[in-house]
Design a protein around this ligand. Sequence first.
Ligand code: EPZ
Length: 428
Amino acid sequence: MDKLVIQGPTKLKGEVTISGAKNAAVAILPATLLIDGICKIENLPNISDVRTYCKILETLGAKITWFSDNEIEIDTRNIGCTQAPLDMTSRFRASYYLLGALLGRCGAAEVGIPGGCNLGARPIDQHIKGFEALGAKVDVAQGKISAKVKKLTGTSIYMDIVSVGATINVMLASVLAEGTTTIDNAAKEPHIVDVANFLNTMGADIRGAGTDVIKINGVKSLHGDTTYSVVPDQIEAGTFMLAAVASKGDILIKNCIPEHLDCITAKIVEIGGTVEDLGDSVRVSMNKRPNKAIVKTLPYPGFPTDLQPQMGVVLSVADGISTINESIWDSRFQYTAELNKMGAKIAPQGGKTAVFEGVKGLVGSQVCATDLRAGAALLVAGTIANGETHLYNLQHIDRGYENIEEKFRNLGAKIQRVSEPDETMCDT
Ligand code: EPZ
């Protein structure tokens, strides 16, 4: 079991280049199943979720050629199987996109009940409602979800809650359906727009992605022979923005879309930091202790839940008492127990709110990544803490951040990955 050993404190300074978005990539890869041809994908983040997805696509009959760490070609002309391997699909959340993509391509799909980060209940009723509205029969039994349809027919679907996954899944299932599908109360995250752009580049007719009404006019087929580049990762960019603030540093964050970062920029300015919009990069600096703040996570364009733990690190050392209200997930404050081991004073008030009594500084400790973003947050905490931090459970971080320790090292962090074959202090 690997761990990161981090020596702090460090003021993070320098440049970092943001990778392609994980949550776009894990939807674009299954979306290739809708194409009867070959396509090339660039700016693909080299993370374990992407590598796992590629293996799953290969078991379904796709042929994948890697041109570099971030560039692949996928040939989906010979998809012969609609049953995705249960052990692999139940390991991560985004495997649910195979349902929409395989239903669209083959009229049938079977995947393991999706796993992923433990953030509380993660129902998929809105996905199922969407598939059923399009004419599919869906069964959930014995650890797997099966869906079948003779012919998908476009219809109007109102999402009872704003769901990233259900919006994308219904989009995937309806691209080749007969007629027009309308998704009302759709999610608007940058990765929704990116998946729609990918599909449109391949011949789909999707309009309104990025607003709360998406219209999909079914087409007969999607063509390949096209290259698509994955959108920069909003959450990775936000992680480095908040790392600059927490460490009182100065970071130029390259290959990002500043507009996607507006809500983070606004909070950083509110707590006393500086953000410069440079077109395809942002420069974030901080020269004092952050001010206290009230933060509420919301669907895009609100403050993202996937940056809540990283913001929690900033507020744990802010001047005054701050509050975070988590409105998306029931159990996203598990990291606060780890931060408290480092000297933070955070009191979760039930699952949805936590009160942060800012302390002057953190101290190094042994901590566990309880999920992906918690892991990134604790890494930032380790770089700003006095002394040595040992961060365990790196498999969570490796799922979603490409070369994370190298990127932090380039900013001055003293951080090493160390193998510890027998020792683990985490039971998550
Ligand atoms: C996506 O998860 C992301 N994952 C998550 O990122 C992110 O936290 C989340 O969106 C919110 O932005 C991927 O894109 C692979 P949702 P998803 O459906 O699609 C409820 C990360 O760290 N809901 O938008 O699963 C649900 O319980 C990860 O990168 C239903 O009730 O999230 C939640 O409260 C973690 N029924 C809310 O909606 C449903 O059918 C939003 O969930 C679906 C969702």
